[in-house]
Design a protein around this ligand. Structure first.
Ligand code: NAD
Length: 428
């Protein structure tokens, strides 16, 4: 990550303060919404394969649950911090509100690097995380999901531990489960597909056809992969994909002017979303430094890796051709970079909207799990498209009417809804 003093929670607060000023919110409302309502930090002891015991740091933050039970991912990352978790939880509150689903904002994580952990060690971390916080989680309280470096398997271990503690089958406890154990069809693709549904809508706004556009994508994991796949199906061309290389501890950008072949690229990508360099060279890719993804001569940029990737340091390096930035990752752009995007009149699809497909489909999964009745994949993806497109239309119309930047418009609608729910409950 670039930007030495970057603090995502501070960034989330700056974004909120801007809207609080516009809405002229009173001090108590600001104080309430600038911070999470509840935070948990805990230690998870794990018996390692070599017999030693190692202690892992775990977090869960519940930012706001006025509109419904908390919802949010659990990330496994060596650089995870409480401030990242706070920021993600806060963003989740606004995300659920802007797409109008009856859920609040939560997030969690563990400081660890799954690259260096055996399957058994990861299972123990998952079970330990649940044991520490099971009293404050549940289908009607707070529902976790996968995020960076966690998968359906991690969710199943967490579910199994929770059900063992409660002595009940409660599949609505967690989402992102494998379909065989109460997951939803379409969940795997949902976030990446949702990003592309909104790129399709943004292209209509700009009077462009997908065939006239090229995209550069940072990240080729849970979100990046289906985004690349669907964008290509729509007729667009993806000319570069960047990802992290664990061995070299740096990122690379894989470029192919004629367009990446999705299936072939997927075939040389590991479960963490890292592409094998030597095999990519064999497939005719040009190997560039990771930061090159942002400088490509494309119409669409899709940051789908981590937060803090488009900053004042690199935003000016964007090609003049860029018309759309679709924030597939959470918080990929700093407020300084936002100013440049707004000045250059680039169409921003803010993270609150762009990657909401994940939480919308998680919500569908929760509904199906709680009913114990499951929908067909077409039904899930059809409902997802309708929900995302209508939220997008609402934000675009509002932004046009108020002559607002897209991020501000999305935030504005979300904050109004959350404040209203807090007031209706008599909290504020
Ligand atoms: P993932 O772990 O599956 O994939 C991450 C990808 O980013 C990998 O290809 C990895 O190599 C790459 N990457 C990591 N660090 C990089 C760097 N410094 N430079 C270039 N590439 C780098 O994670 P994911 O689930 O795809 O999540 C990606 C982003 O989307 C995160 O911001 C996450 O919070 C957000 N998000 C995920 C979901 C979801 O459903 N998984 C939903 C909403 C938002």
């Amino acid at each position: 990550m670039s930007g030495k003093s970057f603090n995502p929670f501070r960034m989330a607060q700056v974004q909120f303060d801007r809207i609080a000023d516009m809405l002229e919110l009173d001090q108590a409302t600001r104080d309430f919404l600038r911070y999470p309502v509840r935070e948990y930090q805990f230690s998870i002891p794990v018996r390692m394969d070599d017999g030693s015991v190692k202690i892992f740091r775990g977090f869960r933050v519940q930012h706001n649950d006025a509109r419904g039970p908390g919802k949010g991912g659990v990330r496994f990352h060596p650089q995870e911090t409480i401030d990242i978790v706070r920021a993600m939880a806060m963003w989740m509150t606004w995300k659920c509100a802007v797409v109008d689903i009856p859920l609040g904002g939560s997030n969690g994580g563990v400081v660890c690097d799954p690259h260096n952990l055996s399957t058994k060690e990861q299972e123990q971390i998952c079970r330990g995380w649940v044991r520490q916080i099971s009293r404050d989680l549940g289908p009607l309280v707070d529902v976790a999901a996968p995020d960076v470096m966690t998968s359906g398997q991690h969710m199943v271990w967490m579910l199994d531990e929770f059900e063992a503690i409660r002595g009940q089958r409660l599949p609505g406890f967690i989402t992102g489960k494998p379909v065989s154990l109460g997951g939803s069809l379409g969940r795997k693709e949902a976030t990446g597909f949702g990003v592309v549904f909104l790129i399709r809508e943004a292209l209509k706004e700009l009077g462009l056809r997908p065939e006239q556009t090229r995209a550069s994508v940072q990240g080729f994991g849970n979100v990046g992969q289906p985004a690349v796949d669907l964008f290509k199906q729509l007729g667009g061309k993806v000319t570069s994909v960047a990802c992290w290389d664990q061995k070299d501890q740096t990122s690379y950008c894989f470029k192919k002017e004629s367009g990446v072949e999705f299936e072939a690229l997927l075939g040389i990508t590991d479960r963490f979303g890292s592409i094998q360099k030597d095999r990519a060279l064999e497939q005719g890719y040009e190997l560039l430094p990771g930061e090159a993804w942002i400088e490509q001569d494309v119409e669409i940029l899709i940051p789908a890796a981590l937060e803090n990737q488009i900053t004042s340091d690199n935003v000016e390096r964007m090609s003049k051709n860029v018309r759309i930035v679709a924030e597939a990752a959470n918080g990929p752009m700093t407020p300084e970079a936002d100013k440049v995007i707004a000045r250059r009149n680039i169409f921003l699809i803010p993270d609150l909207l762009a990657n909401a497909g994940g939480v919308i489909c998680s919500y569908f999964e929760q509904v199906q799990s709680n009913m114990n009745y499951y929908w067909e994949k077409d039904e899930v993806l059809g409902k997802l498209d309708v929900k995302m497109t209508s939220a997008f239309d609402e934000v675009v119309q509002f932004a046009k009417k108020k002559k607002m930047y897209m991020r501000d418009a999305a935030y504005y609608i979300a904050v109004v809804r959350v404040v209203q729910a807090c007031k209706d409950r008599g909290w504020l």
